[in-house]
Design a binder for this molecule. Structure first.
Ligand SMILES: [Zn+2]
Length: 271
């Protein structure tokens, strides 16, 4: 029975992650991790992909087809299935996650910090500003892990999306922020691995030089999928292409939670 941390770095491009995240590169190079490429589902937008990643369904099937569709998820998803299996869920994430899985509309005061076993995200720490510092969120996630040992934790920083949309992806600001995330995550990844967590690092979509995503080009849709097993044995750079649709069943398999019939795509062997 495993525990999982999903680090979903908003707008983290595949090529920029591989070129600029040196600690993750070390884990891949030394075969303590595996690296895959995801050709992302469409549209390459945040809220549709948050739901796709957590339900294993394409946007036209789960119905969150645009950022403007603001409602609770009505499909089986990682948070709900994990909670219903009697396990503990947590997230340090943008408030759209609270809207998808806990309560809508989002109340910036009542919903910001929740510890309630009746909710799908039982231990939630949410933020509403796109320039909320990633390090503050990383520390919230680390605190949740030390305090509650959740079976599943989502860590969802917005820094790559913020710098990408502000300056474009072909900039010092965007690229150097990938390095910043990598160096700040490195000691946390070591701690979490020691605590028995499988750590996954991916993105919801990429972003192009204009600072735009939503389209179909490789810059907008290709994201990395790093797998860091708790036992420290990975496959290196696999060269394999996988799908966003495989993430949800793969995580539930790791958690030993029954995979809902709606999650039709094959799970990966990640432990
Ligand atoms: Zn996004």
């Amino acid at each position: 029975m495993g525990k999982v941390v999903l680090i979903l770095s908003d707008a983290l491009r595949y090529d920029v992650a591989v070129a600029n995240m040196g600690f993750l590169g070390h884990l891949v190079e030394s075969r303590q991790a595996s690296l895959y490429k995801i050709v992302g589902e469409l549209p390459s937008l945040s809220r549709p992909m948050y739901e796709t990643i957590h339900t294993g369904l394409p946007s036209s099937e789960h119905g969150i087809v645009s950022n403007s569709v603001v409602r609770l998820s009505d499909r089986p998803n990682i948070f709900r299935s994990t909670k219903e299996a009697g396990k503990t869920t947590a997230a340090a994430a943008y408030f759209w996650y609270s809207e998808l899985y806990n309560r809508v509309p989002y109340n910036a005061i009542d919903d910001k910090e929740v510890d309630d076993t009746a909710l799908n995200i039982q231990h939630g720490r949410f933020y509403t500003e796109d320039d909320y510092p990633d390090i503050e969120l990383f520390n919230s996630a680390a605190h949740l892990i030390r305090k509650f040992s959740p079976d599943y934790l989502l860590l969802h920083p917005m820094g790559m999306d913020y710098y990408g949309e502000t300056f474009g992806s072909d900039t010092k600001q965007y690229r150097s922020h990938a390095t910043y995330q990598d160096l700040k995550l490195a000691p946390l990844i070591m701690e979490w691995r020691e605590r028995g967590y499988v750590i996954l690092v991916t993105g919801d979509h990429g972003i192009n030089a204009d600072g735009v995503h939503g389209g179909t080009t490789p810059e907008q849709r290709e994201v990395p999928f790093f797998v860091i097993p708790a036992k420290g044995q990975g496959r290196g750079d696999t060269g394999e292409i996988i799908s966003h649709l495989q993430i949800a069943p793969s995580i539930l398999k790791l958690l030993d939670v029954p995979i809902p019939s709606t999650m039709k795509h094959g799970s990966l062997s990640l432990d």
